[in-house]
Ligand binder design. Structure first.
Ligand SMILES: Nc1ncnc2c1ncn2[C@@H]1O[C@H](COP(=O)(O)OP(=O)(O)OP(=O)(O)O)[C@@H](O)[C@H]1O
Length: 345
């Protein structure tokens, strides 16, 4: 009997993220979560896919001349359509492999600011990957559903989804978006800020994946009370003499490196509040703001936002998976949430 669900249903929801792609299968939940990376091998002017997802991410920054590891999503949108299509096809086939009947229906979440051309390209990639129908849902709506917010109530809710490439701030009421704004800062920008901080202050050159490790291990949005906080050892290359070098980086230094990104996120929240109609803004002041996305896990980001905006801030349970869970719920409860899913544009 365990075999039956995979035979009959593989309608799926995809969170096509800058950093990670997650696939939710109806009735089963999230069954795939892999980095959004594709590695190609080039020979005699012809390119062939070598690896996708986890295996391809291991190759980033470590490829010889004949291999290229590419992240097709940048700033929350598709930067390289051909590579993105390969990646979507690979993931859909991986999930759909055990299904004998019917092509799946697929719902994909897209950033609020995605253009009609970008939406059409995503839909086309999904259809050519073997889907029978392709629906799109706006990322802030999916994030809010995934965080369990009462988005269909006649009250204002604010969700701030901090992803790899973008941060989307949205105000929702009665199941739809009243205000949304996307700023091109997120986890990637934090990694870049750590790389340039170490280059400037310690003459140490590190790669972005090392910067991401530092951010996840000791990253913080607030200056530690003792002015230093925890520390970790980092390996990179000495920019002065070109040899490998190990240096210590403290939480205070990471906080300094990330200060600009954190301020940009705070400003986006304040602008959203100022632009929201007064009654809805009052609801948000009462009910607070929900943070979702991997960037929401940055140490003390909720506290820093609370201090800078004066609003009450919560981090969603399963912040990293909220968008995928919300897109999946839209698929499960399609009748109730059909106004949020776009099958036609
Ligand atoms: N513990 C952590 N602390 C800080 N950042 C983290 C942590 N865990 C994950 N991240 C960051 O979260 C980001 C990925 O988040 P998420 O998966 O929500 O983004 P995405 O959906 O791929 O991106 P986008 O929404 O921009 O398309 C990465 O930059 C990652 O480094």
């Amino acid at each position: 009997m365990k075999f039956f669900p995979s035979l009959f249903s593989s309608d799926m929801a995809i969170d096509l993220g800058t950093a990670n792609t997650l696939v939710y299968v109806k009735g089963r939940g999230i069954i795939l979560n892999e980095p959004s990376v594709v590695a190609y091998h080039s020979k005699d002017g012809r390119k062939a896919v070598l690896a996708v997802g986890e295996d391809a991410k291991l190759m980033l920054g470590r490829t010889p001349g004949s291999i290229e590891a590419i992240r097709p999503m940048r700033d929350g949108v598709i930067a390289d359509f051909d590579v993105a299509e390969e990646m979507i096809k690979h993931f859909i086939r991986k999930v759909h492999r055990n299904t004998m009947f019917s092509k799946p229906k697929v719902i994909v979440c897209v950033p609020f600011g995605a253009t009609p051309v970008e939406k059409r390209a995503i839909r086309q990639s999904v259809l050519s990957a073997g889907a029978r129908r392709a629906g799109l849902i706006s990322e802030p709506i999916a994030a809010a559903i995934g965080a369990g917010m009462p988005i269909t109530d006649p009250t204002g809710s604010m969700v701030v989804d901090i992803g790899g490439g973008t941060t989307e701030v949205a105000v929702l009421s009665l199941g739809d978006i009243v205000y949304a704004r996307s700023v091109r800062v997120g986890g990637d920008r934090m990694d870049e800020a750590i790389v340039s901080f170490l280059r400037r202050n310690q003459n140490l050159l590190i790669g972005e994946s090392t910067a991401e490790k530092i951010k996840c291990a000791i990253g913080t949005a607030r200056m530690p009370d003792d002015g230093r906080g925890k520390s970790m050892l980092v390996r990179g290359r000495d920019l002065l003499n070109g040899v490998p070098k190990e240096a210590e980086i403290t939480q205070a230094q990471v906080a300094e490196a990330l200060a600009e990104t954190v301020t940009t996120i705070c400003e986006a929240v304040m602008i959203a509040l100022e632009t929201t109609p007064p009654d809805l803004a009052a609801d948000i002041v009462d009910r607070g703001v929900m943070l979702t996305g991997g960037g929401a896990l940055l140490g003390e980001l909720d506290l820093a936002l609370r201090e800078q905006t004066g609003l009450s801030i919560s981090v969603a349970d399963e912040a990293l998976n909220c968008v995928a869970i919300g897109t999946g719920k839209a698929l499960e409860y399609e009748k109730q949430l059909r106004h949020a899913i776009d099958y036609d544009s």
